[in-house]
Design a protein around this ligand. Structure first.
Ligand SMILES: Cc1cc2nc3c(=O)[nH]c(=O)nc-3n(C[C@H](O)[C@H](O)[C@H](O)COP(=O)(O)OP(=O)(O)OC[C@H]3O[C@@H](n4cnc5c(N)ncnc54)[C@H](O)[C@@H]3O)c2cc1C
Length: 391
């Protein structure tokens, strides 16, 4: 079925917990990553350039954009199928999963969940095919973990809205056609679907990143941006709206991080089998086997967790603090796995000839975006104690 079976890493036969359809979707995405991403991704990463528009159209053709949404040309797949797609994409590179997550779970989801019928008709079909790219502007230069303190303002002027402020670290921004921009109004935080070619909007690419180099990241400046009344997402009222979008995207990350970890572990396993020191393969040393065993145990536990959360999502019962458990654990463990695999490859571990250091560097961003590990600890801590320890 799949071109590269997950075995021997699937010690627990967790594949058997997937439906035939889920396995098929996974196989299709895995093939796409093998054909279209693996041959080029090291170069994209090294150059800090990725053909985002071209890839978006290819991902769109396979139905990966807004994959778990229904209508408007979206695939209407299950949350588990979407998670598996994220896992396979991130086995290629976290940057490509980020492209898909931001498009589908942040920008498209915001419009799909909170937009007017006209906004949905205008944006979603072309975003589903990848003809139009979206971004999601919540973070600001001075307001990251605490978006409630955002400085970007939207004020009414007649029927129009005028937006002023700036957003920072926004995935896809320099290549986006539409930005879902969150701003403070007299009535609290509201969301706007902003065509990125509107006068007053500019998006500068953030360079010199040492992580997620195969992803386009930008800073958005909003200089008295005049928008018609119908740019407002009518049903997005208050900070809970952008936070609900983040819950969607974090679910994809719970799965995606496992893809990066799996790719590292497959690489380390293969390397340890062929690299010989002291007259035997690295895989023959007990210390190496202990590392491989511990990493496989964590990978399988993370997968069980992702699958459980995915099934809860499909049953409509997934709660934000449960997603926090998944994001905190799976990204933290994926990063630990990537670093441990790096040691098994020795000096080759730092080379771009192998994917391990690239994944480890990428996972540093994944640890920080969509709620840092500390923020997820605070979410879980609040649930356990009933005490808000954020501020
Ligand atoms: C590559 C990349 C892509 C991104 N893409 C997007 C995007 O598309 N859209 C978007 O809106 N944002 C995006 N972000 C921004 C990301 O969501 C923020 O970086 C993140 O929310 C953290 O904010 P900050 O960087 O300002 O860190 P800060 O909030 O300044 O935090 C710095 C440190 O302090 C800790 N900290 C903060 N508050 C507390 C507290 N109460 N208790 C304990 N510790 C605390 C944090 O956990 C962290 O360790 C992206 C970031 C990166 C790196």
């Amino acid at each position: 079925m799949s071109p590269r079976p997950s075995a021997p890493l699937d010690l627990l036969d967790l594949d058997s917990a997937l439906s035939e359809e889920e396995r098929q979707i996974r196989a299709v995405v895995r093939q796409l990553v093998d054909d279209r991403v693996r041959p080029h991704v090291a170069g994209w990463y090294e150059d800090g350039q990725v053909p985002a528009r071209e890839l978006a159209r290819e991902f769109g053709k396979l139905g990966l954009l807004g994959m778990h949404l229904t209508g408007y040309g979206c695939a209407g797949a299950s949350a588990v199928a979407y998670g598996l797609a994220c896992l396979e994409l991130e086995a290629g590179d976290s940057g490509l999963r980020s492209l898909v997550s931001v498009q589908g779970s942040l920008a498209m989801y915001a419009i799909w969940r909170y937009g007017s019928e006209e906004q949905k008709q205008r944006w979603l079909p072309s975003m589903a095919t990848g003809e139009a790219i979206g971004c999601f502007g919540l973070t600001e230069p001075d307001h990251g973990s605490d978006p409630a303190s955002m400085a970007t303002r939207a004020r009414r002027d007649g029927d129009d809205w005028v937006l002023t402020g700036g957003k920072m670290w926004i995935t896809n921004a320099p290549v986006a056609d539409v930005g879902v921009i969150w701003a403070r109004t007299e009535d609290g935080v509201r969301g706007f679907a902003v065509p990125m070619d509107t006068p007053g909007v500019s998006a500068r690419e953030i360079r010199h990143k040492m992580s997620l180099r195969a992803s386009v990241t930008g800073e958005i400046v909003l200089d008295d941006v005049r928008l018609p009344a119908d740019a407002l997402l009518p049903d997005a009222v208050g900070l809970k709206a952008p936070l609900s979008c983040l819950t969607e995207a974090r679910h994809g990350i719970v799965w995606g991080a496992l893809g990066a970890a799996r790719d590292c572990l497959e690489t380390a396993l293969a390397y340890a089998g062929t690299r010989t020191q002291f007259g035997r393969p690295l895989a023959g040393f007990q210390l190496t086997q202990a590392k491989l065993a511990d990493m496989t145990v964590e990978l399988q536990k993370g997968y069980l967790l992702a699958l459980h959360l995915g099934r809860l999502a499909d049953a409509g019962r997934l709660r934000p603090e449960q997603v926090s458990v998944g994001k905190l654990n799976n990204v933290r463990e994926a990063l630990a796995i990537a670093r441990e695999c790096r040691t098994i490859l020795g000096a080759n571990g730092i080379s771009g000839e192998y994917p391990v250091m690239r994944h480890a560097n990428n996972l540093e961003s994944v640890l920080t975006y969509e709620g840092t590990s500390e923020i997820h600890q605070l979410v879980i801590g609040q649930k356990l104690t009933g005490i808000n320890a954020f501020g």
